[in-house]
Design a protein around this ligand. Structure first.
Ligand code: NAP
Length: 335
């Protein structure tokens, strides 16, 4: 079966190859549905650039890239195909089968779609941030941390990501200043305690970044103390921004209902208002965004899609080519 355009009609096409998409692929393939994952960059989504993962049950410690690879291989073992480098730019969910279009002009067709497009880092939106992106302003400590060996850096944010990645940066940087707009942090207590006892970490609370300064590289950031209103420059080699994420839903147009923050609305079965379209992971509104919750979403979305296809087949007859007996035996034994 080909994973590009052509006559193939996939049972389930999954947009996004992060933990939600790869878990959905595993469950969908194990349900014997022909399954394709389209991933624009590398498998793993946000965890592909996460240093240490120590809260996925059963795996005491791993790295984001390693866990991503394991998840992809697990889904592939059961027959899912993963296509890397296909960026979805538009969809037409009104067609039957549904159509999915990529930036390089391919069209994919599927009877059910699982949206697992995740979220992108939120930016500060201050002068200098965009111009110095990749020149000292970073949204990925794992990618860029090694460039800041023995230099002072700052991390903006007060959530788990800011603390996780701030701690990671202490491996390289001479000093890591966590700049947060409030006095209270929303990160887990365990991470806050670790940061507080790390001699390389300093805190600037009730403080916001107003400007990033430098030409070709970051020299300093201008910050404002929100209590005293004092504005001053902080000399730095790098600025890491970890202030949350924005859901990736641009390619879906009006076809999918989103809430006031852009997250896709779903019910507890991961179903959207659009028949045959399901959602998993950080692109939906959920109370906790973790690898384990994304993976759980993926499993639910895949099994809801499977039931939808069962119903579709009951009404319309088989919606996909039958698998050969030999392959079925292979799948039985793989389980
Ligand atoms: P988050 O939990 O939403 O935290 C975002 C932080 O950025 C908050 O402290 C927020 O401040 C601050 N912020 C937001 N907008 C800002 C702005 N414009 N200027 C300055 N500060 C701003 O996001 P996250 O840390 O990226 O984490 C996202 C999810 O992933 C969370 O559910 C988290 O638990 C999970 N995660 C988990 C781990 C882990 O368990 N190891 C690691 C990374 C992420 P306020 O507090 O004032 O709103």
């Amino acid at each position: 079966m080909e994973s590009s355009n052509g006559d193939t009609i996939w049972d389930v096409l999954i947009i996004g190859g992060g933990p939600a998409g790869l878990a959905a692929a595993l469950y969908s393939a194990r349900a014997l549905r022909s399954t394709l994952v389209l991933e624009r960059e590398m498998p793993g989504g946000q965890i592909a650039t996460t240093s240490e993962v120590e809260d996925y049950p059963g795996i005491a410690m791993t790295t984001g890239p390693e866990l991503s690879l394991l998840m992809m291989q697990h889904a592939q073992k059961f027959g899912a195909e993963v296509s890397i480098g296909d960026e979805v730019v538009k969809v037409d969910f009104t067609k039957r089968p549904k159509e999915i279009y990529t930036s390089d002009g391919k069209t994919f067709r599927a009877n059910a779609v699982i949206i697992a497009t995740g979220a992108a880092p939120r930016t500060l939106g201050v002068p200098g941030e965009d111009a110095l992106r990749g020149q000292g302003v970073s949204y990925c400590a794992v990618c860029d941390g090694p460039f800041f060996r023995d230099r002072p850096v700052a991390v903006v944010g007060g959530g788990d990501a800011a603390f996780d990645e701030g701690l990671y940066l202490t491996k390289y940087a001479s000093k890591v200043i966590i700049i947060h707009r409030r006095d209270e942090f929303r990160a887990q207590k365990l991470l806050i305690d670790r940061a507080r006892t790390n001699p390389k970490i300093e805190f600037l609370t009730s403080t916001v970044v107003e400007k990033v300064n430098g030409r070709g590289s970051v020299q300093s950031v201008t910050v404002r103390d929100l209590k005293s209103n004092e504005v001053y420059d902080l000399p730095l080699g790098g600025l890491f921004v970890y202030i949350g994420n924005i859901p990736n839903t641009g390619m879906f147009g009006d076809g999918i209902e989103v809430d006031e923050n852009g997250y896709i609305r779903v019910d507890e079965t991961m179903a959207t208002g659009c028949p045959g379209v399901y959602v998993a992971g950080d692109v939906r509104k959920n109370p906790l965004k973790q690898v384990v919750t994304a993976a759980a979403d993926g499993s639910i979305a895949a099994l809801t899609a499977d039931k939808y296809l069962d119903n579709l087949e009951a009404v319309m007859g088989p919606v996909h080519a039958e698998r050969g007996a030999e392959e079925a035996v292979h799948w039985e034994t793989a389980y």
